[in-house]
Ligand binder design. Structure first.
Ligand SMILES: *Cc1c(COP(=O)(O)O)cnc(C)c1O
Length: 389
């Protein structure tokens, strides 16, 4: 277990810093070498071995952030997810995954696993009993996402971790939506914590990366697979990611605060039907979220009243950008039915409760009042247009 129990902002800023011994610069020096002398060193350093100086230093920060023994950094969230899964699965094995899964992970599972002889099941719901129902004698991995995309469901991590321990399974979580600032699953017994660092860790919509945090024994197992798949991140981007994470605590706390205020504002609007945010006392798992999260996060979703066109509403926004990705310092919105969940059948979407008018909102760090003004004016416009037609 990583012993760095300093506060989140201190870890973000200082954990795993590389000292500039030569010039005493105040930031980690960047070592871009792809070739290192092998004499008198017992490890062969090489970018695809995940062990250059900058990679190792950033891994220390990631491990500290997630209270893990070790970490690995990848070229994307999907490289981290696919490598971690393949490290623990082989022909004849079975995996149970949460039904409300990130689209890329879902695609990986349904298009890749079968050809390796690995079978899979998706849960009906998102609690431990839903996972238990899908277990088979050859199940090896349980995979969860909490809060989930786009409806922000909350899964009880302790219950899932206990289930995994009871059956000797590896439990994995995609912790991207929460970020390490708001949720540390290892404290609740989850084995492997994965992030798309493209999101809150990067935070400025300009880096694509992924991370895995876990025990050193599990890290070594994932490492073996990682070296074969080769999904490492360039040292320059590793260095940029270190810089980004320095402000992650400050950014995410501001996003938590903004999201809470905006959720409360949206609940009060006549034009809005439903608001999904774990920080609202009316969220069905509010108490659970409070128990296992340090903050409720910067992601929320809402539905416009029947008859109000969500696409039209999005077109009327002036400050908030329509955008595919999430977790940047800038506020963005998207329609899951047109983007992240477009490939899913209407029937499957209905099963998951994703309505056509659902809007996913990634709340940024702008002044709350400016975001409210933007939403107010867009609602007003879409309402007047609806009356006219
Ligand atoms: C974006 C995302 C991923 C995939 O990450 P990439 O960096 O795009 O490969 C995985 N899980 C979640 C929840 C995400 O939002």
């Amino acid at each position: 277990m990583n012993q760095d129990r300093r506060g989140i902002n201190t870890i973000c800023t200082h954990a795993g810093e590389l000292e500039d011994k030569e010039y005493k610069g105040s930031v980690s020096p960047l070592y871009m070498g792809s070739s290192y002398a092998f004499e008198e060193v017992d490890i062969k350093r090489y970018p695809r071995y995940f062990n250059t100086p900058n990679q190792e230093a950033l891994c220390e920060k990631i491990a500290a952030l997630e209270h893990a023994g070790s970490a690995l950094i990848f070229g994307s969230g999907m490289a981290a997810i696919s490598t971690a899964l393949m490290a623990f699965l082989q022909a004849g094995d079975h995996i149970v995954l949460q039904q409300t899964l990130y689209g890329g992970t879902y695609n990986f599972v349904v298009t890749q696993l079968e050809k390796y002889g690995i079978s899979y099941s998706f849960t009906e719901g998102w609690q431990a009993e839903d996972f238990e129902r899908e277990l088979r004698p050859n199940t090896k991995v349980i995979y969860i996402e909490t809060p989930s995309n786009p409806l922000l469901t909350i899964t009880d991590m302790t219950a899932v971790a206990k289930l995994a321990q009871k059956h000797d399974l590896v439990s994995m979580i995609d912790n991207t939506f929460a970020s390490p600032v708001n949720q540390n699953p290892i404290d609740f017994g989850i084995d492997v914590v994965i992030h798309s660092a493209t999101k809150y860790m990067g935070g400025h919509s300009d880096i694509c990366a992924g991370t895995v945090a876990c025990s050193t024994a599990y890290r070594d197992q994932i490492w073996q697979t990682a070296i074969c798949f080769g999904g490492s991140l360039s040292d320059y981007t590793v260095w940029l990611l270190e810089r980004s994470i320095k402000t992650m605590g400050v950014r995410v706390k501001a996003q938590n605060e903004n999201a809470q205020k905006l959720a409360e504002f949206l609940v009060e609007k006549d034009e809005v039907d439903e608001v999904y945010y774990p920080g609202l006392p009316t969220h069905p798992s509010h108490a659970l979220a409070k128990a296992q999260m340090n903050g409720f996060g910067g992601m929320l979703s809402f539905e416009l009243k029947e008859g109000l066109d969500a696409s039209e509403f999005m077109k009327c926004l002036r400050l908030i950008k329509p955008s595919m990705s999430l977790a940047g310092v800038e506020s963005t919105m998207l329609l899951p039915v047109k983007t992240s969940h477009a490939l899913m059948s209407a029937e499957d979407r209905a099963k998951q409760g994703i309505k056509d008018g659902l809007i996913r909102f990634s709340v940024g760090i702008e002044e709350t009042e400016d975001l409210i003004i933007d939403i107010e004016q867009a609602l007003k416009q879409v309402k007047s247009k609806t009356v006219l037609t």
